[in-house]
Each structure stands twice: as structure tokens, then as C-alpha cells.
Design a binder for this molecule. Structure first.
Ligand SMILES: Nc1ncnc2c1ncn2[C@@H]1O[C@H](COP(=O)(O)OP(=O)(O)OP(=O)(O)O)[C@@H](O)[C@H]1O
Length: 745
């Protein structure tokens, strides 16, 4: 009998000790869960206290039991004040009251040391701490499966282990949900995620640099008690994403990060529901024109008009316009009412001049609660002051007496001001645009007054265009505030995160910053990926200006991309180089198989061939990405003829459930798949003369983790020709030699 001996990787000398430590931790956690679950012990002074003690103990037990299978994923050996200790880092903190098996959570301040490259830090009481070792521990089902030192000062410092762990994680198959990357967060991502709480944060990063992922981790980080006054509550946070398919895909990361309750939606859905316009259709007529109109001048005019509507200066225009309308409504009104105080009747009177003074004061302040509430409060204060009421009770009695008269006055002053009509009027009314005291230059006014969209049909039912929504929101925000609706009151969101933040206008930024606590906006985007440049800012500096300047809004950059293999990243880089001003993007150097290039056969045949090849390699989630919805619709039955059943995702209501899917590129944004097939990767589908189309091609080609196929009936797109094409009709290669040669010399 022949015996083959394969060399096993050497076992780390600390492995046995780590196995013991893990067993000790699991036992300690189970003991603690037992204590919490033991109702007898949770006895308070009375029944109610006992019940509430038992409830919170049950909750703690349930939470901890989620983590008993894998209580930690790393450790840190640190030295503080001459004493060495090892801290274990996990997804959930655990305090071992009886032994050395505590776990610190990844979001804590000390947890950050696991990810960063910092070697010393300021520990408690001004003592200096030093990191001596960082170790990754691969734990699942209460078992230690691997151990990798990332940094060890006894072994000469950096070991290269971090990259090794990352590469093995990135090689795993995709899932139908966005993953959390708590265990393998990279130093630059960690720094971005922990950008100071309470200061707006803008994060620029290329496709696949982990922006969306980091955004959600930042929310989890904000929920940790170490954030003190900046701590956020899950149900008071809002995430805005470009489309509903992506929003649902991303929302599946929430439970793993204990973020249940966070609202994840699209800006259009959020804005229309905030404005109470759920029934309205939302259009993007500018995009429609850009995609269908061949006239360059008209395209330019439409682009400029959309840009101008989202310009930050429009906030000033809206303020001015509303001010003028309110002053006109107030006109010559005066206020008179009688109240009964300390047994006597008092007549309260405010002259027209006094009313105008009060209104002007409010307009100058542009208070967050809105003009209406602030005007009312200012009136009450002015009326109550001379009465010298001794207590709160007396005050509220007088307020009650005045309520009806004040409501009547306010009704007259605020009459006829509705967000939809007023927002629309401002954009088209020359007087309103000019009245803003020179805020807008002549050129911008002319751009706004033009109507390049004339030929684009309007829906029959009532609608709001995406370029108008910020103006409508501005009217609502200035009149009545903006934020999170809690019954009849508005509260600021604890935090708002914006994904694909390059698609938000500066005006929208200014409004969203009013909807959150000061400094509580995180925007993640890639200016180079912007598909909707006509809505978005030209530079991050423009966003910083909208958020109150650089002091209020920090900008960070993620320089590496993680999603795809080297071969796929190279294809993307070749496309982006044509318009990307930021220069090359550094991808994680993960080797994969060559990019498939199939030409010379009907599209469906080439696609089917690519699907089968990818499936043959064991990839489960494969996407066929088309240029348009119509292309996808047509291909579904054609693919069936080739024995491929691709599930269509044709609108935002569809759900991504994995397997083989077919979808247009606009819905593929932000999603990722084991294998991605660009269907119609040619000049006929992606016009090489239009930058917008190149950006779309980039989005399509950057969706694959492990495998990419470019399929065209004729020649591939000029930006994709650096490679060897195969005849799509050629023999399936599994286990056989590939026959096709280069498509052209
Ligand atoms: N530190 C990490 N460890 C493991 N995987 C990571 C890490 N960072 C990012 N990834 C993975 O890289 C992929 C890209 O991440 P993500 O979708 O967040 O990037 P993005 O910048 O938002 O991309 P896009 O701009 O294309 O939408 C995901 O599969 C994510 O899980």
C-alpha cells in the first residue's frame, strides 16, 4: 500500500493555550446566561421590580447567547504601566466577573486598537499603553479553527497576516445579503468608520472600497456607550440608498450589527413620505432627456438647469421668497385679545409694526423648528412678558385663552404656502429668482428660466420631479422644520447616512443636515462613479460648503478596493481611467481566473455559455447585467431556449434572492455577485462618445467578486478590447483545451 504524506501547516505554539482560553470563555458565558435566565435570582423589592429585572435579564441572556458560538475573533496583547494583559475582541462585550474571560466589543475605543496600526495609545489616567501583539482567531461553533498573528513585536512586528486573513475572507462565495466585515476591517476603513462623532463625515472611495459596508458599521459604532453624548439609537437613524433593491439587500446586514429598527430607504421615498406625497409619481425627466435626446445643446441646458435647481444658493432664494410672501400676508394686520389675569381683564395688543418686527426676527434666524412654530413662540413671549405671570400654571392658562386668536393670526400669515406649489413656483418665477438680492447671477437665472425638458412627456397623474423635490423640501423645512416624525412633532434624526452620496445636490445636503443632530451626517460616495452628475455636487468641497465648511465636515478617502479579483479590477480600471480624475485605484491583489470574453454568436448563446461556465466552477450567484430594462426582458425567454433560467429583476419592487438573475445596470448598482456577465458589452449598448455611458459600463463591469464575462455579438466595446476573445459558440472548456484564438490581430 502506498501512503501519501502531505505536509501539514505547522501548528502555532499558542494553539493549545488558545483552545483552553476559548473553552473557558464559553463556560463563563454559559454560566452568566444561566444566571440571567434564573428567574429566582432576579427578585426585586416588589413584583413590578422583579418582573422588570427578569425582563432585562432575559434580554441580556438572549443577546449574549447569540455570541456564544463565536465569542471573539481576535486578541490584543497590551502593556500598560509595566503590566501585560491580553484583551479578547468580539462582536459583543462580556464581563467575566469571576475570571479572566472577559471580551471587549469591537466598537469600543479599545477595540479600535485591533484594527489600527497604532502601537501606543493613551490608556486610563494618562498612562501610556503599548500594543505588543494582534492576533486573529477564527472561531465558529465554539471551536478554534485557526490562529494568525497580525502583528507581533517579538517576531519582528508586522507579519503580513492581516492581508492573508483578508484574502481568504474575500475568496468566499457571495451571499444574498450585504455582509458585515467586523472581523476583517482594514486600518483605513477603521479610521473612516470612527471619524469623530458629532462632525459631519464625507467618505470618498472607489467601487468596492467598502463604503456602504463602512456606513452601516459606523451606525453600529455610534450606538456604543463609548460615544457618550453622541450615542445614537437604532430607531432614530436613517440610511438613504439609491434604489429599493439595494436598500433591501443592504438592510439584511442590520441584525448582525444589532441595528434592527434603522430606517433604510431611498431619498425619493423618504422625501415624498415626509412631505405627505406618497401617492405622487416621482419622475427624473432630466435623466430621460439625457438618455434620449441627441441634441447636445439641449442636453447641456437640461444638465445645467438640474444643477442650478440643486445649487446651495437656492436655499437663500427660497428663504427670500418665503420671507416676501409672509411679509405680504402679514400686510397691515394687528393683534388684539383679552385675557383674564388675577381677577382682571387685560387687553393685549400688538401693533402692525411690532408684528413685522417679530416676523423679521424669526426670518433672520431661520430656526430649525421652522418659521411657523418660531413665530408663534415669539408672539406668545411678547404677549406674556408684560403680564409678569408668577408661575407656569398661570402661563399655560393664558396661552390656552390666546390659542384660538393666535391660530387665526398664524393661519392668515401662513396662508397658501404649500411645499409643492411654492417649490415649483420658485423655480419658474423670474421675480422670485431675481428678488433674492443678487444671490443668483444672470446666467443662472437664465438657465433656470429655460425649459429644456419641454419635449419630455409629463405623467398624467400628479408628479414631482427629482430635481424639484429638494426645493419642495426646502419650503417645508423652512416653514415647519425637517426631521423624524414622531406623531405630531418633529425630532432630529440621531444620525443620517447617505450612500452613493455623489448623487445628492448641495441643497439637499444643507436640508438633510437640518434633519439630523448637528454634525450627524455621514456621506459615502464616489465622485467618479456619479451616474447622476446633474443632481450631485461637482466636488466634495461643494458639499463641505453646504454643511457649514471644512471645520464642520471632514473628508476622508478610502484608497483600496476589496470586491474583485485582480483580473476584474483591471478591467474596471481600464474603463474608469478614461474619466477618472483621481488616478488609479489600488485593488487587493487577489488572483482569480481570466476575464471571459465571448463574441461572434447571438447574445443569448454567449450569455448562456458564460452562465454555464461559471456554474460549472461552482459559482451560485450569477448576474446577467444588461444596459436597459428592455434588453433584460427580451433576454429572459431567449436564455430559456439555452437552458438558462434567469430570474428577472426589472423594477425596484423586485427582490434579489440569489441564484442566476438578470437585471439592468441601474438596478445592479451597489449589488455584487460571484459571477457577473456584462450582456451587450459593446459600443451599440454603451455609446463610447458619452461619459455617462462609460460610467454605466464601469458599474456593470465592477459587480463581480470572482468571475467576469464580457459578452457581445460583434466586437467588444473599445474600452474592453485588451484581452483575448473566444467565439461564444466554441466548445465548453470544462476539462478540455480551449480552441478559440484572438478575435483580432
Ligand atoms: N474589510 C473588509 N473585509 C472583508 N470584506 C470587505 C472588507 N471591506 C469591503 N469588503 C467587501 O468588499 C465588497 C465591497 O464593499 P461595498 O459594497 O461596501 O463597497 P462600496 O464601496 O460601497 O462599492 P460600490 O461603490 O460599488 O457600491 C463587499 O463584498 C464587502 O463585503
Amino acid at each position: 500500500m502506498r501512503v501519501t504524506v502531505t505536509a501539514l501547516p505547522p501548528i502555532h505554539p499558542d494553539f493549545p493555550a488558545e483552545v483552553l482560553h476559548l473553552a473557558g470563555t464559553v463556560t463563563a458565558i454559559l454560566r452568566q446566561i444561566g444566571v440571567w435566565e434564573d428567574r429566582e435570582r432576579n427578585v426585586g423589592a416588589d413584583l413590578e421590580t422583579s418582573l422588570s429585572l427578569a425582563d432585562s435579564a432575559q434580554e441580556l441572556a438572549a443577546m449574549l447567547s447569540l455570541h456564544v458560538q463565536a465569542p471573539y475573533f481576535g486578541s490584543l496583547k497590551v502593556r500598560v504601566a509595566g503590566r501585560e494583559q491580553t484583551l479578547y475582541v468580539g462582536k459583543h462585550a462580556f464581563r467575566d466577573l469571576h475570571g479572566p474571560h472577559s471580551v471587549v466589543s469591537w466598537e469600543s475605543d479599545v477595540g479600535s486598537l485591533f484594527y489600527s496600526e497604532t502601537l501606543s495609545w493613551e490608556a486610563n489616567k494618562g498612562l501610556k499603553g503599548t500594543v505588543r501583539r494582534r492576533r486573529q482567531l477564527d472561531v465558529s461553533a465554539k471551536t478554534l479553527r485557526g490562529l494568525t498573528d497580525l502583528y507581533d513585536d517579538e517576531a519582528g512586528g508586522d507579519t503580513g497576516g492581516r492581508e492573508q486573513v483578508l484574502l481568504s475572507r474575500l475568496s468566499e462565495a457571495s451571499t444574498t445579503a450585504m455582509r458585515d466585515v467586523v472581523e476583517t476591517l482594514q486600518p483605513e476603513q477603521n479610521a473612516a468608520m470612527r471619524a469623530p462623532a458629532g462632525r459631519h463625515t464625507l467618505i470618498q472611495g472607489a467601487a468596492g472600497s467598502g463604503k456602504t459596508t463602512i456606513g452601516f458599521h459606523r451606525l453600529a459604532w455610534l450606538m456604543h456607550p463609548d460615544r457618550h453624548e453622541h450615542r445614537a439609537r437604532a430607531d432614530a437613524m436613517l440610511v438613504l440608498m439609491p434604489n429599493a433593491v439595494l436598500a433591501r439587500y443592504a438592510a439584511r446586514v442590520l441584525p448582525g450589527l444589532h441595528l434592527e429598527g434603522v430606517t433604510v430607504t431611498t431619498p425619493e421615498v423618504w422625501a415624498t413620505s415626509f412631505l405627505g406625497l406618497e401617492k405622487m409619481e416621482v419622475t427624473d425627466r432630466t435623466l430621460q432627456l439625457l438618455l434620449t435626446d441627441a441634441d447636445n445643446e439641449r442636453r447641456k441646458a437640461a444638465w445645467r438647469r438640474a444643477k442650478a435647481l440643486g445649487d446651495l444658493r437656492m436655499l437663500e432664494v427660497v428663504r427670500n421668497h418665503l420671507g416676501a410672501r409672509l411679509r405680504a400676508n402679514l400686510g397691515a394686520l394687528t393683534f388684539r385679545a383679552t385675557v383674564h389675569v388675577r381677577g382682571e381683564d387685560h387687553t393685549l395688543f400688538l401693533s402692525n409694526e411690532a408684528l413685522h418686527d417679530l416676523l423679521d426676527g424669526v426670518l433672520r434666524r431661520a430656526p430649525l423648528e421652522g418659521y411657523r412654530a418660531a413665530f408663534r413662540a415669539a408672539l406668545e413671549e411678547e404677549l406674556l412678558a408684560p403680564l409678569h405671570l408668577p408661575d407656569a400654571e398661570g402661563e399655560s392658562a393664558v396661552r390656552r385663552t390666546l390659542a384660538a386668536d393666535l391660530t387665526r393670526l398664524s393661519g392668515k400669515v401662513f396662508a397658501g404656502l404649500l411645499p409643492v406649489s411654492e417649490g415649483r413656483r420658485i423655480a419658474t418665477d423670474e421675480a422670485a429668482l431675481r428678488a433674492a438680492g443678487g444671490v443668483l447671477d444672470e446666467r443662472t437665472i437664465r438657465v433656470l428660466l429655460g425649459d429644456p425638458l419641454e419635449a419630455i412627456p409629463k405623467p398624467r397623474r400628479s408628479f414631482a420631479d427629482v430635481t424639484e423635490l429638494p426645493l419642495m423640501l426646502a419650503v417645508a423645512a423652512l416653514l415647519d422644520g425637517v426631521g423624524r416624525r414622531m406623531g405630531r412633532v418633529l425630532e432630529p434624526y440621531d444620525h443620517i447616512a447617505l450612500d452613493e452620496a455623489q448623487d445628492y445636490s448641495p441643497l439637499l445636503y444643507a436640508l438633510l443636515s437640518r434633519a439630523a443632530r448637528p454634525g450627524h451626517l455621514t456621506a459615502l460616495g464616489d465622485l467618479n462613479q456619479g451616474l447622476h452628475g446633474y443632481k450631485g455636487p461637482a466636488t466634495w468641497a461643494g458639499v463641505q460648503a453646504a454643511l457649514g465648511g471644512e471645520d464642520r465636515a471632514g473628508l476622508m478617502t478610502l484608497g483600496r478596493t476589496y470586491r474583485s479579483t485582480r483580473q476584474i479590477t483591471e478591467v474596471g480600471a481600464g474603463i474608469a481611467a478614461t474619466y477618472n480624475r483621481a488616478g488609479g485605484v489600488v485593488g487587493v491583489d487577489r488572483d482569480g481566473r481570466e476575464v471571459l470574453r465571448f463574441t461572434g454568436a447571438p447574445l443569448a448563446a454567449g450569455i448562456a455559455r458564460a452562465v454555464q461556465e461559471m456554474q460549472g466552477e461552482g459559482h451560485r450567484n450569477v448576474a446577467v447585467v444588461t444596459r436597459r430594462v428592455l434588453d433584460a426582458e427580451r433576454l429572459v425567454p431567449q436564455l430559456q431556449q439555452h437552458d438558462v433560467d434567469a430570474r428577472p429583476i426589472l423594477n425596484e419592487q423586485a427582490r434579489y434572492e440569489g441564484g442566476v438573475v438578470i437585471l439592468p445596470v441601474n438596478l445592479a448598482k451597489g449589488l455584487e455577485f460571484d459571477g457577473c456577465i456584462v450582456a451587450g458589452a459593446d459600443a451599440a449598448h454603451y455609446d463610447p462618445g458619452t461619459q455617462f455611458e462609460s460610467r454605466l459600463l464601469y458599474v456593470a463591469a465592477s459587480r463581480g467578486l470572482h468571475r467576469l464575462a464580457l459578452v457581445a455579438e460583434g466586437e467588444l466595446h473599445p474600452l474592453l478590447q485588451n484581452g483575448t476573445s473566444r467565439e461564444a459558440g466554441a466548445e465548453h472548456p470544462a476539462g478540455r483545451t480551449r480552441s478559440a484564438g484572438p478575435e483580432r490581430a
